[in-house]
Design a protein around this ligand. Structure first.
Ligand code: MGD
Ligand code: MGD
Ligand code: SF4
Ligand code: MO
Length: 735
């Protein structure tokens, strides 16, 4: 008999609702869930790979401990005994900072990992926190934090109601959106065009999104800040600035006008590779279209001016009257966990960064994190505060972080490495203990972060589809057990009692004297479910623990497999602001000061050849190449080269070439295509599965080349610490 179950896809930020057919405890079909209030039946090929992931023989189902250089399966008690034997003495002898944590992308997609990794970090009390955020979106989080008062107060395009959307450095047709939860971008973009609206894409590659667009402009990698400065300058120079309703809520308009005055379209054109007339036309159409929005993503973040570019994008949305307006860039109002729905509305503490610097390079911390590019040197540089142990949580930095080979070497030097992971891959092969979580199908799901970035306000939750194998702990229980060890309570501590204590402490912080009553109201729930119920009930649509009958609760979401619709995005300024001034900060000194760097760089010579990254529909960063349904088909890890460059360099389509950058080099397969801007090469990241000790049978057959083996870990956006992953000069020669 076939039964149906529903599950939010955990693979990318689109968070599609899936409908799974089950027969005899096996998933037989996976489709988009047509009734889902958020995704309405959309899914991509990766969604169907949930089954492959569940059934992948290489996916770990039991903990591994390294003995005599080899990973062997052990019991859970043996794994934790190993940690208890090795971690506390290390903390005792070298202090809390000797243990570092690296948190990877899938942690944002698994509620148990996300909520309890934060608790583990607090329990460890280490300053050495690293995450994929500084390989990704930290510039956007820094810009949003400083401008709006919280790092997750990100304005997202209101695509359904806009008439002009400008996409810079993103390819949502393939990535399905990022820092913007938007299933079926393609369908929504087609609807925009059908109602007479326009899509403009600015990218050094004619991407799948550019194919769909009314206009595509090639931009020189890393040139975005100059383009955006030119646009802002022109808005002021031509008196096109319209703040509209936001006028009383915006600070710094005059300071911004003064700061950009010298960056006329004529002055920036050569540096960004876009003609002055195009820059002026772009500024004018943004200012004169009633509903318009600029959206920037990875391409604008993973470069040396990531923070300035992210800031200027929202500055343009503000100056053209499109911030917080329908059809512009709007702030979602999530049902749970959103800092911009908590506390007193309209004003807050703002954000602070740079409160300390990293030991070796002196890089400023950002929101408590250090740049990923600093991890290797913090492990290998002797002295007080040296990292001696590392805990990775769903991260594969050997492939995902710049200069992966150097990091791999550093990992080999650790006294102890513990990995929360489901594969023995390029990173976890170095781990002394690997603790695998449940398959997504065996785990309940709730998105903590993505409803805060979503195209529409909805609330959804997925119960586990299949029962976990007996005696398999959930990831949050593994993390609590590690917390017990890190806080001296020992591996044998009662996980559920400790969870009660941790949650009671959180509740006390949140509601003060009402804590006992709230804990009673949360009843018999445990683990993440209890935290979700707490966040939902105390959230903006919540039942307020009985004070708002009919409001959201965990039980209400469980009873609604298609989710609960909470309406289209609505204006939220000033209520959502948490800046100290209670205003949108348009000209923060931190950013104005950094403009000096851009000014000095205006005349920089153009390198003959640079490399950028690329994402592909059947791939997800570094870890889904082992799933047969995705791995089949043509070889995808190709270096795209324009025919002009190919001719100049003697490269041929299908041939091989060596790419070098500084002392580093990789060998790749060539794809000649005039979809590239001349002088720019595009290679996807997350490949290079041919390292010794890796247990990825399918991925190993077509390993591909590791883009990050080429990149320099010392190149960073100085404000956000974000790695520079694109626009890096290279040379190429045929093999
Ligand atoms: N050159 C270049 N480099 C890039 C990028 C780029 O564009 N160009 N993009 C960057 C970006 S945006 C990101 S987000 C990072 C991603 O980099 P990472 O955060 O390191 O993520 P992945 O490489 O996808 O590795 C994910 C890890 O999580 C594990 N995993 C998967 N599911 C689970 C689970 O359920 N539980 C546990 N415990 N583990 C799990 C996988 O086995 C794998 O080890 O890469 C960055 N690197
Ligand atoms: N299928 C698939 N989906 C994914 C992922 C995946 O690996 N595969 N990863 C997920 C993750 S972790 C993230 S963060 C998101 C990212 O989502 P997106 O931001 O949409 O990422 P990309 O598809 O890499 O698109 C980035 C674009 O920037 C362009 N670019 C490079 N350098 C520059 C530059 O200097 N300026 C400009 N203007 N453009 C530039 C590149 O050519 C590329 O087209 O995707 C998520 N979704
Ligand atoms: S777009 Fe694909 S990978 Fe992303 S959530 Fe939807 S089905 Fe999953
Ligand atoms: Mo990412």
């Amino acid at each position: 008999m076939v039964t149906m179950a529903h599950r939010i896809c955990p693979f990318c930020e689109a968070c599609c609702g899936l409908e799974l057919g089950l027969e005899d405890g096996r998933v037989t079909t996976i489709r988009g869930h047509a009734e889902d209030v958020h995704s309405a039946g959309f899914l991509c090929p990766k969604g169907t790979a949930l089954r492959d992931l569940h059934e992948d023989p290489d996916r770990l189902r039991a903990p591994l401990v390294k003995r005599d250089g080899r990973h062997v399966e052990v019991t859970w008690d043996e794994a934790f005994a190993e940690i208890e034997r090795r971690l506390p003495p290390l903390l005792e002898r070298h202090g809390r900072d000797a243990v570092a944590m690296m948190i990877g992308n899938p942690a944002a997609h698994k509620v148990g990992l996300l909520l309890y990794t934060a608790r583990l970090a607090r329990a460890l009390g280490t300053k050495n926190l690293f995450s994929a955020s500084t390989l990704d979106q930290m510039p956007k989080q820094l810009a949003a934090g400083v401008m709006f008062g919280h790092w997750l107060s990100i304005a997202v395009p209101d695509l359904e109601r806009t008439q002009l959307m400008v996409v810079i450095g993103a390819n949502p047709v393939v990535s399905n959106g990022s820092m913007w939860t938007v299933p079926d971008f393609r369908g929504k973009a087609k609807a925009l065009k059908a109602r007479g609206g326009r899509l403009v894409v600015i990218d050094p590659r004619r991407t799948e999104t550019a194919e769909l667009a009314d206009q595509h402009l090639f931009i020189r990698p890393g040139g975005d800040v100059f383009l955006l400065l030119g646009v802002v300058q022109h808005l002021f120079a031509e008196r096109l600035v319209r703040l509209g309703r936001l006028a009383p809520h915006v600070e710094g308009v005059d300071a911004l006008a003064a700061a950009v005055a010298e960056f006329s379209p004529e002055r920036v054109a050569a540096r960004c590779g876009i003609a002055a007339a195009e820059i002026r036309a772009l500024a004018r159409s943004l200012a004169t279209t009633e509903r318009a929005v600029v959206y920037g993503r990875i391409g604008t973040c993973t470069q040396e001016y990531g923070t300035l570019a992210s800031w200027l994008i929202d500055a343009i949305n503000t100056l053209t009257g499109h911030l917080d307006e329908p059809g512009g860039a709007m702030f979602p109002r999530a049902a749970a966990f959103a800092a911009n729905t908590l506390g007193a509305p309209g004003k807050g503490k703002g954000v602070s960064v740079g409160r300390r610097t990293s030991r070796v390079s002196g890089a400023p911390e950002v929101y408590g994190e250090l740049p990923m590019g600093c991890l290797a040197e913090e492990i290998t540089t002797p002295g007080d505060g040296q990292i001696r142990a590392l805990i990775t949580v769903a991260g594969n930095p050997v492939l995902s972080a710049p200069n992966g080979p150097q990091l791999a070497q550093a990992l080999g030097q650790l006294d102890l490495m513990i990995s929360f992971d489901i594969y023995v891959n390029e990173t976890t092969r170095h781990a002394d203990v690997i603790l695998p979580g449940l398959s997504p199908l065996e785990d309940m799901h709730f998105d903590v972060a993505f409803p805060q970035l979503a195209w529409r306000n909805t609330a959804r939750l997925s119960p586990a589809v299949l029962p976990p194998e007996p005696a398999r702990p959930a990831e949050w229980e593994l993390l609590v057990r590690l917390i017990a060890i890190a806080t001296g309570q020992g591996a044998a501590a009662d996980v559920h009692r400790l969870d009660d204590e941790l949650t009671a402490a959180d509740v006390r912080r949140l509601v003060g004297p009402a804590a006992d009553a709230v804990m009673r109201a949360l009843g018999a729930l445990r683990g993440p479910e209890r935290l979700i119920d707490l966040a939902l009930r105390g959230g903006p649509y919540g039942d307020r623990f009985g004070q708002s009958p009919g409001g959201l609760t965990l039980a209400a979401l469980k009873a609604a497999p298609a989710g609960i619709d909470l309406g289209a995005l609505a204006p939220r300024i000033p209520e959502m602001l948490r800046t100290a001034s209670g205003k949108v900060e348009l000209a923060p000194p931190l950013f104005l000061d950094d403009l000096g760097r851009a000014r000095a760089d205006l005349a920089r010579a153009v390198p003959a050849l640079v490399i950028v990254g690329r994402r592909q529909l059947r791939s997800n960063n570094s870890w889904m190449h082992n799933l047969p349904v995705l791995a089949k088909g043509p070889f995808r890890c190709t270096a795209m080269v324009h025919s002009i460059d190919a001719t100049r360099l003697g490269l041929r389509d299908g041939g091989r070439a060596r790419i070098a950058s500084g002392p580093r080099s990789i060998d790749v397969e060539i794809e000649v295509t005039d979809d590239m801007m001349p002088g720019v090469v595009s290679l996807p990241h997350g490949w290079g599965h041919d390292l010794p000790g890796v247990r990825l049978g399918v991925a190993g057959r077509r390993p591909g080349a590791n883009l990050n083996a080429l990149l320099d870990e010392t190149l960073r956006d100085p404000l956000s610490g974000n790695a520079v992953l694109g626009g890096v000069p290279i040379t190429m020669q045929p093999l």
